[in-house]
Design a protein around this ligand. Structure first.
Ligand SMILES: Nc1ncnc2c1ncn2[C@@H]1O[C@H](COP(=O)(O)OP(=O)(O)OP(=O)(O)O)[C@@H](O)[C@H]1O
Length: 499
């Protein structure tokens, strides 16, 4: 925007807020990190007015000196300087409205009931806590989509979080609960979140209408209690009574299935694990439970009756395990696996396992859909290594080996004999869970899984699957094949050097 103090001042008008403001808007939009967000007309208008005012001030004048000139809306401006608020407010409401009406038409009876209860609580500021209980495939994620698009299309703020990065990727604008609420990693019953009054995050929470928390049963109860305490503290600044309400009177929806994995307690017994679950929290008594019971996954991907029947039988069997009905009479932890799910031992076990999941691998290993819908789960890392080596040997192409940095760190307390006691070769041969092996062998075309949360907004989380497209001396380039951002290429630098 170019303007001199002698130029006639023609500020933005209500009829046409677009033209004069393009420059300021351009700069602001380019700072927004979310691709589906855009500035609303009131933001554009206020931004342009601020720019004009800045220019006028250089000449010793201001907008207030001109009769009839509109002034920037301080609320809209506040929202724009707060990056967190900006991200949550600047959705393209028109396209959300269209998406929302399509989703609403599709909701089944249970989903509609949950949708109505949640939106009623938000619109009436009732501050309800709702737990949407549904086993895998009953359409919880679909419901979150319908709710977030509906409320965001009205300009309301919905914070969608999940307990893990990979689950958060399935939510529109999702983040992990830990990063969103600054939940401490070492948590106990006295922990609170690291959120101070007056910060961008506190302001965002003040303006939030709804929190959706997916896959809640796998999270330690203290991780809900910490934001509960912090929200009571932050939101009491608007009304003292909010201090006594769960989550400060905010509507909070949690979802998941208690049959799935509960919080991990290292070396914990069954009773310890159950004791850390949401159901043992002081918050649980405030939750209203809504059940989703219809398995929407049965019909979502195929019209083939035979396929649907097989999926249904498998889903029912999984459910019976979760309900404790499939176990042995004497010991319910022993499950009999139906014969048709067991592979028959062949001459080469590895070949049998890999061929059953990845038939015609050598022909199809480049096909994204083929890779996306297949995975082999193993209980132990040694088995993973064995299967990986076998799959590697089947995929054509040259292998590149990367080695981790292996300089021994000389600690002050180190003794000279340490070098002999722990030679490099010995240290390099160690394999720990959670730490990459010293040697990593890769090939172009190989499917891989990321084990770190590198960049959530780019879809690079612990659990994201990719295929390798290029192997350099210092970098590995891969293409995302699951979750959001499918098809994106990313260069990742590792602390490895190609041999
Ligand atoms: N009302 C609906 N109309 C059409 N398709 C639906 C509906 N609800 C869910 N689906 C589809 O059914 C499948 C399973 O739904 P969704 O992923 O939402 O279930 P979920 O409960 O989140 O499952 P999980 O717990 O395993 O993640 C998806 O493909 C989804 O698009």
């Amino acid at each position: 925007m170019e303007m001199t103090s002698s130029a006639p001042v023609t500020g933005p008008t209500d009829q046409d807020p677009e033209d004069d403001q393009e420059d300021a808007v351009q700069r602001k939009s380019s700072r927004s990190r979310r691709p589906n967000t855009m500035l609303q007309p009131e933001h554009k208008k206020s931004l342009a007015l601020v720019e004009i005012d800045n220019l006028l001030r250089k000449g010793g004048k201001s907008l207030k000196d001109f009769d009839g000139m509109p002034l920037p809306d301080s609320n809209a401006i506040q929202g724009l300087t707060n990056r967190l608020l900006n991200e949550e407010l600047n959705y393209d409401r028109c396209s959300l409205q269209t998406e929302c009406s399509e989703l609403l038409q599709k909701l089944n009876v249970d989903q509609r009931k949950a949708f109505d209860a949640i939106t009623e609580s938000v619109n009436g500021q009732l501050g309800k806590l709702i737990f949407v209980n549904g086993y895998g495939g009953t359409g919880k994620t679909f419901l979150w989509k319908a709710i977030t698009t509906s409320l965001r299309s009205e300009g309301k703020i919905v914070l969608a979080v999940a307990s893990s990065g990979i689950a958060a990727l399935l939510l529109p604008g999702g983040r992990t609960a830990h990063s969103r609420f600054h939940i401490p990693l070492n948590i106990n019953n006295e922990s609170t979140c690291n959120i101070k009054q007056g910060t961008f995050l506190a302001e965002l929470l003040n303006r939030t209408s709804l929190i959706i928390w997916d896959e809640a049963p796998m999270t330690n109860k203290h991780c809900f209690e910490a934001p509960d305490k912090s929200l009571r503290d932050i939101l009491r600044s608007t009304d003292d009574k909010r201090e006594n309400k769960p989550f400060g009177g905010m509507t909070v929806v949690m979802g998941g299935d208690f049959r799935k994995i509960l919080p991990v307690v290292p070396k914990g017994r069954r009773s310890h694990i159950i004791d850390t679950s949401l159901k043992r929290s002081y918050l649980w008594k405030h939750f209203e439970e809504i059940k989703l019971t219809q398995n929407m996954r049965l019909t979502a991907h195929t019209n083939c009756k035979e396929e649907q029947k097989k999926t249904k039988e498998f889903a029912e069997w999984i459910l019976s395990i979760g309900d404790g009905l499939a176990g042995d009479k004497d010991d319910e932890s022993w499950i009999k696996i139906p014969k048709d799910l067991i592979l028959q031992r062949g001459e080469n076990e590895m070949e049998t396992i890999v061929n059953s999941t990845y038939p015609e691998l050598t022909l199809k290993y480049n096909n994204r859909e083929y890779l996306e819908e297949r995975a082999i789960l193993c209980p132990r890392n040694e088995m993973v290594d064995e299967i990986n080596s076998y799959v590697m040997s089947q995929i054509p192409g040259e292998e590149t080996t990367y080695l981790s940095s292996d300089t021994v760190c000389k600690a002050i307390s180190a003794q000279e004999s340490d070098d002999q006691m722990y030679p490099k070769e010995f240290l390099n041969s160690l394999k720990f869970s959670g730490t990459p092996n010293h040697e990593l062998r890769l090939k172009v075309g190989l499917p891989i899984m990321l084990l770190r949360n590198i960049n959530q907004s780019a879809g690079l989380c612990n659990g994201t699957r990719l295929t390798i497209t290029q192997l350099g001396k210092w970098f590995i380039e891969a293409q995302i094949i699951t979750g959001t951002n499918i098809g994106n290429k990313r260069h990742e630098l590792f602390n490895y050097e190609a041999k």
